[in-house]
Design a binder for this molecule. Structure first.
Ligand code: PBG
Length: 332
């Protein structure tokens, strides 16, 4: 048969709602969402994040009712990021593995209240170092790989001991997934999952996050290009992901999100491992600020973007828009 006009009219299958619904190739639901949250020490605290309009940092007690509501609506998991305050930061980042530290305590409290809510913790030293880097630095400011991995594995173990379900190394040091896997296995945390930020690019879109966790003033003009990937590279992402799979990662993150969907699609075709995307702070703020000016419609734009993640091959997306998306999906 001649598959050309008028035998084929592409508009036939677009002509009404029912047929568009039937032929849709991907869907997006609450099951695809992970909510990144910023945690403050103390009680009864909530602060606006200037660089991310509409988003706040909360002390754990203030977070609990928010999480309860989202969990009741079907939210599967949250990713916890601590804002510890400058007095707890140090050269050796030892607060990172304090069993009574902010993350460890938050995990214990949240896990006790909502045992079925998946808790993902960030493994990296940037909230804890004076340099604002994800690793320890020598006196010339060089980020030290193996010494950092030694701290990261203690950090990961302390999170697992507190009850974290998934530890997520976002530091981009070499060999950290293997070191974390070994220490978890040795301590019988056989089910603790490693979500590796395997392909994390040195992106300019993390700016609002660094403001949110107050690491930008520590980092100053210094860049993370000696450990995070060059955004001009694609082949290198396959090498990173292959290494992390071999070292024991259970899932991988590709980060940032939307501008890096070519990488998601490529990795999806090449490897058999679940892929998460991180719709990062700069991506959140771009949409939010345009929406606040009424330049774009927030709800339809965000839901479109989420579909694009699924179309590219993501299993789930970390997004600050999680609460809004859950509300919008309910309205549909
Ligand atoms: C650092 C970390 C960063 C993000 C998550 N973990 C920032 C960085 O690498 O400087 C960024 C998240 C975002 O921008 O939303 N370990």
């Amino acid at each position: 048969m001649n598959k050309s006009y008028p035998n084929t009219r592409m508009r036939r299958n677009r002509s009404s709602n029912f047929i568009r619904n039937l032929i849709r190739e991907t869907s997006f639901s609450v099951d695809d969402l992970i909510y990144p949250i910023f945690v403050l020490p103390g009680k009864n605290k909530e602060e606006n994040i200037d660089s991310m309009p509409g988003k706040k940092r909360y002390s754990v007690d203030k977070l609990l009712p928010i999480l309860e509501k989202l969990h009741n609506k079907g939210l599967n998991a949250v990713a916890i990021f601590p804002v510890i305050g400058n007095t707890k930061k140090s050269e050796n980042a030892k607060e990172a593995f304090n069993p009574k530290g902010l993350v460890q305590s938050a995990v214990k409290i949240i896990k006790k209240e909502y045992p079925d809510l998946g808790l993902i913790t960030d493994i990296a030293l940037d909230p804890y170092t004076l340099s604002g880097h994800d690793g320890l630095v020598d006196k010339n400011g060089h980020v030290l790989n193996d010494q950092t991995v030694n701290v990261l594995k203690k950090q990961a173990l302390s999170h697992a001991e507190a009850g974290a379900d998934i530890v997520a190394p976002s530091d981009m040091m070499d060999g950290r997934v293997l070191a974390i896997r070994n220490i978890l296995e040795q301590n019988k945390f056989h089910d603790t999952k490693i979500l590796s930020y395997a392909a994390k690019y040195a992106s300019n879109l993390y700016g609002p996050f660094r403001n949110a966790v107050e690491s930008s003033s520590n980092l100053k003009e210094s860049s993370k290009e000696t450990y995070q990937m060059d955004f001009a590279n694609s082949t290198e992402a396959s090498l990173e992901i292959n290494l992390d799979i071999n070292e024991g990662a259970d899932m991988v993150i590709i980060k940032p999100g939307l501008p890096y969907l070519d990488i998601v699609s490529k990795i999806k075709n090449k490897f058999s491992i679940p892929i998460f995307s991180y719709h990062v702070s700069g991506e959140y703020s771009m949409i939010k600020c345009a929406a606040l000016k009424n330049y774009i419609d927030e709800k339809s734009s965000v839901l479109e973007v989420m579909h694009c993640f699924k179309r590219a091959g993501c299993n789930a997306v970390l997004t600050y828009y999680t609460p809004e998306i859950i509300k919008w999906l309910d309205e549909k």
